[in-house]
Design a protein. Structure first.
Length: 461
């Protein structure tokens, strides 16, 4: 059947159904979810969404990427175990998802399904999170933190959770930061690294297993260019391309050929010429200067991408993968950005975190589908009489009746210029759409079910 369009909106409905030209620029792994920034500075998310960490206004897991609601000008994203952070180009930070320890920094412990602004923060240049705390680097070189603080990960000298960001003690001149499962890492402008928080496996690299409530210097390390925090291990890349690691090593995640925990940093084997490092919960990734990727550690779900489920104590090459420009690790999956702007993923996929439209784990990288597209082209747009929108016209609050898919449907709304103003999910128990904040006029509603796309003209007045 030929595509059928509402006559008044023919021109811009057609443009909605075609892929955009945006490509991925940044990738990040959360707990069981994934995030990306597209070249149009919008953010995408996919995977587990039980706490609203995808920021699409729902708690529906997504097996392919959806756009994070109402955010533009995004330059960086970060994913925690159940929450997400978004840095805008004006230096503000927005957050969504799990908030039981105040990790969203909005002064509450209320989970958020749509991004909310982190309180009292401006001039932010970098963000980090993992587990249930968040870190923020200001343009004056100071660091601020909020969320879970049982082990001192916030570095404020206490073990008190913080619902709004507090300054990390004694730190200035910071240029980069990273968060692990209860610990934090800070790179100074003199090439030294400082750390605080949980240290049961030696992840702070200070030669002890003593938790630290204020930052201490990581032993013997200088000339560091990059830091990364994993489950209970840490990675440090030097300017000469070598990598050093400390902390938990029971799966070989430190890449030193052993399964011995390390309280002081040891050199990772077989990764000379590394340009970037990334970590999952119990595995490590290394981007090489020739565009290949190496990986070590836990491989129970295929997160090392070498076609096996064998743990590796020395980094092995991710199978058949070249032309890589960025890497990211999550709990049990890994992400790879290629030079053509496509994103690939391997490992656990039970909640759709690989973004390939399935829930099947993969031992090899598979491509994330339609990552930076507004929508994929469809062969049929139908007028399903069972779907009714009322009242219409209205002041901006519409109810969609006739939905029968219990797991929900994807919804997008375009304005008269063809720009998307909303993308979210609808269920039969929560069928309301609210565009009351938009100007009066004509809008087009797209409802994407499992097998068809339905359109409706909306009139706000």
């Amino acid at each position: 059947m030929k595509k059928q369009f509402l006559a008044a909106a023919h021109l811009f409905i057609a443009s909605f159904l075609l892929p955009t030209l945006a490509t991925a620029q940044v990738i990040v792994g959360g707990g069981n979810h994934s995030l990306a920034v597209c070249s149009d500075n919008t953010a995408r998310s996919w995977g587990y969404n039980g706490n609203g960490q995808l920021g699409d206004g729902t708690t529906i897991d997504r097996h392919t990427p959806v756009q994070v609601n109402l955010l533009t000008g995004i330059t960086a994203v970060e994913g925690g175990s159940g929450h997400s952070l978004f840095l805008e180009n004006d230096g503000t930070v927005w957050a969504c998802g799990k908030n039981d320890h105040g990790q969203l920094g909005d002064g509450t412990t209320t989970d958020r399904l749509d991004p909310v602004q982190v309180n009292m923060l401006t001039g932010i240049t970098a963000i980090a999170c993992r587990y249930d705390h968040s870190l923020f680097l200001k343009n004056d070189g100071t660091v601020w933190a909020c969320g879970a603080n049982a082990w001192g990960a916030l570095g404020d000298g206490t073990t008190t959770d913080r619902w709004t960001p507090m300054q990390v003690n004694l730190l200035t001149g910071i240029t980069a930061l990273a968060a692990g499962w209860g610990h934090s890492l800070f790179l100074k402008n003199d090439g030294t690294v400082w750390a605080c928080g949980r240290n049961a496996w030696g992840e702070l690299g200070d030669g002890t297993t003593t938790d630290r409530h204020v930052p201490v210097q990581v032993n013997t390390l200088t000339d560091i260019a990059t830091v990364a925090g994993g489950g209970q291990h840490s990675l440090f890349r030097k300017n000469d391309g070598t990598v050093w690691a400390c902390g938990r090593n029971d799966f070989g995640q430190l890449g030193d050929g052993t399964t011995t925990n390390r309280n002081d940093p040891v050199q990772v084997m077989s990764v000379a010429g590394t340009t970037e490092v990334a970590v999952g919960s119990f595995h490590s990734l290394f981007l090489m200067n020739n565009g290949t990727v190496r990986a070590c550690g836990l491989n129970n779900s295929g997160q090392l991408g070498d076609g096996t489920i064998i743990d590796r104590q020395i980094p092995v090459q991710v199978n058949s993968f070249t032309g890589t420009t960025a890497i990211a690790g999550a709990d049990d999956h890994s992400l790879f950005l290629k030079e053509d702007g496509t994103v690939w993923a391997c490992g656990w996929n039970g909640e759709g975190e690989l973004g390939d439209g399935t829930s099947t784990q993969s031992l090899f990288p598979v491509q994330v589908l339609a990552l930076c597209e507004i929508a994929t082209a469809v062969d049929e747009v139908v007028d399903d009489a069972s779907i009714k929108v009322s009242p219409n016209p209205t002041d901006g609050r519409f109810i969609v009746n006739g939905l029968v898919e219990v797991h929900g449907v994807d919804v997008a709304i375009l304005d008269a210029m063809g720009q998307r103003i909303l993308r979210s999910g609808l269920t039969s128990t929560d069928p309301e759409i609210d565009i009351s904040s938009q100007p009066d006029g004509i809008y087009i509603l797209f409802i994407q079910t499992s097998n068809k796309t339905i359109t409706r003209k909306l009139i706000k007045q």
